[in-house]
Ligand binder design. Structure first.
Ligand code: ZN
Length: 481
């Protein structure tokens, strides 16, 4: 069936679920998060955020959370999907205790969005098959492990929470392409502000097959988190290749991902899709999605990463790689735009994409967790621009700035960090350094250019790093001629 359809060595398709940052559930007003009061731990008591609707009591009527539709529409339009003109929900019937009513409300016949795409930096388009809304089931709680618990507890707090499902076409050719796809998706979710990365969960089921086996596919279920998805894909491609090398025959199966062992294991072999017996939900009347709604949502969309990259290149003359790195992080992109109004954009881009990212990595924080005041950054970089302070001084101040607020200019004044630009003073220091570095000077004169760095280092030390190292080097060279 699928054989012959593909021509790449690896074929990957993803089914991604994420929980949009909504306050209430998809069809009732129950809260999606435990309420936290001051001086209280956010302990979520089981089965406290439930009602007759999300418990599926007979006679209860679900009502659509309008914001969930807004979010779905935003994402669909941002990914260039064609939007259904009618919102229809189906009941996906199955018997399992994680849904009290024995069916899950999902979309089947007519997804909210279809035929969209995400464009990778190579220009390759990864197709989006469909985007739809559905409700999350309850969580099953096993007192011990799933295999040796005498009973199972059920917590319906999660039951009925909105999920957005996004299914890609099987068009990714490597785990690296999948990573780039996910990164782009993550950035788009950041821009649209419909997903909270700190608290929201993103899960994926991945279909993976390789050419050597004739594209016999394995489905890896329930991989949580962007990083884990890539790890699971890398492992699974390798496992399949290894199996072929060992002359094993691959069969279509469903596998689980274990993040601790870093391996996938077989859950079951699967030949056909389970028949869920979808029926249109009679309690939820179809909602018309009008052209007006679509137009209004479109107008409300922020500038998306691809457009931002283009604008950064044309307006601010950034290199494509700088533009891309900045645009892929919303915090960075927004900060850049504000700073670039006051500072040379190229200088601003360099400092934000390299130095600020370095500071974030050093503190092991995401960029949006850093304390960043644009005015302070502008003040700091304007001193760099005018060469009033050395790069090293600026790096140190930048690191301090992300922890607590202060005026960089004041700080430089108080700590006497202004660059030593007085030539007379620098000359004196260079003389002093030469006098103290006889062995290095001898090496330099014997042709070892690199030995001079030692002398430059001394001058930098005398000036507490405030001198311009390149200028010092020139000066030394002249003096040693
Ligand atoms: Zn409820």
């Amino acid at each position: 069936m699928v054989n012959g359809k593909f021509n790449s060595d690896v074929v990957i398709g993803l089914e991604i679920h994420f929980q949009p940052n909504l306050k209430s559930k998809l069809f009732c007003s129950c809260a999606t998060k435990a309420e936290t009061k001051k001086n209280e731990n956010s302990k979520d008591e089981p089965n406290t955020r439930t009602c007759v609707i999300c418990l599926g009591m007979p006679g209860s009527k679900p009502m659509l959370n309008k914001k969930a539709l807004d979010y779905g529409l935003k994402l669909g339009l941002a990914l260039n999907c064609s939007i259904a003109l009618e919102l229809i929900f189906s009941r996906k019937s199955y018997f399992y205790p994680d849904l009290a009513k024995n069916y899950q409300i999902s979309q089947f016949e007519l997804p909210l969005g279809k035929n969209g795409e995400i464009v990778l930096s190579s220009g390759k388009k990864i197709g989006i098959e469909r985007i739809h809304l559905e409700e999350d089931p309850a969580s099953l709680v096993h007192p011990n492990t799933i295999h040796d618990s005498a009973y199972t507890l059920i917590d319906y707090n999660r039951s009925g929470i909105c999920l957005i499902e996004l299914v890609t076409k099987p068009e990714m050719r490597s785990p690296e392409e999948a990573r780039e796809f996910l990164k782009k998706l993550r950035t788009i979710l950041q821009y649209l502000e419909i997903f909270d990365e700190q608290t929201g969960v993103i899960k994926a089921d991945a279909n993976i097959s390789i050419k050597e086996s004739g594209y016999v596919r394995s489905e890896v279920k329930n991989i949580t988190g962007f990083k884990e998805i890539e790890r699971a894909l890398l492992y699974e491609v390798e496992r399949q290749k290894q199996a072929m090398q060992n002359n094993e025959k691959l069969v279509m199966d469903t596998r689980g991902w274990n993040a601790l062992t870093g391996k996938t294991t077989r859950l079951r072999t699967k030949e056909t899709e389970a028949d869920y017996g979808y029926i249109i939900d009679p309690d939820l009347v179809p909602i018309d999605i009008t052209q007006e709604m679509i137009e209004k949502t479109k107008r409300g969309l922020p500038e998306l990463p691809d457009e931002k990259i283009k604008r950064f290149i044309t307006k601010h003359k950034l290199s494509p790689i700088d533009a891309q790195v900045l645009a892929m992080e919303r915090v960075l992109a927004e900060l850049f735009e504000k700073v670039a109004e006051e500072i040379d954009p190229i200088l601003a881009a360099q400092w934000l994409r390299h130095e600020l990212v370095k500071v974030a990595n050093y503190h092991k924080l995401a960029l949006d967790q850093l304390r960043i005041e644009e005015l302070e950054i502008v003040e700091l970089l304007s001193m760099v621009e005018k060469k009033e302070i050395s790069d090293r001084t600026a790096q140190q101040i930048l690191s301090l700035l992300t922890e607590k607020g202060f005026s960089p200019r004041q700080y430089v004044k108080e700590h006497k960090l202004t660059i030593v630009s007085d030539t007379k003073e620098l000359e004196e220091l260079c003389k002093k350094a030469i006098a103290e570095s006889q062995p290095a000077i001898d090496d330099y004169k014997a042709g070892k250019e690199i030995a001079l760095n030692n002398v430059v280092g001394k001058v930098m030390k005398y000036t507490k790093g405030t001198a311009d190292a390149a200028k010092v080097k020139d000066m030394l060279k002249k003096m040693l001629r």
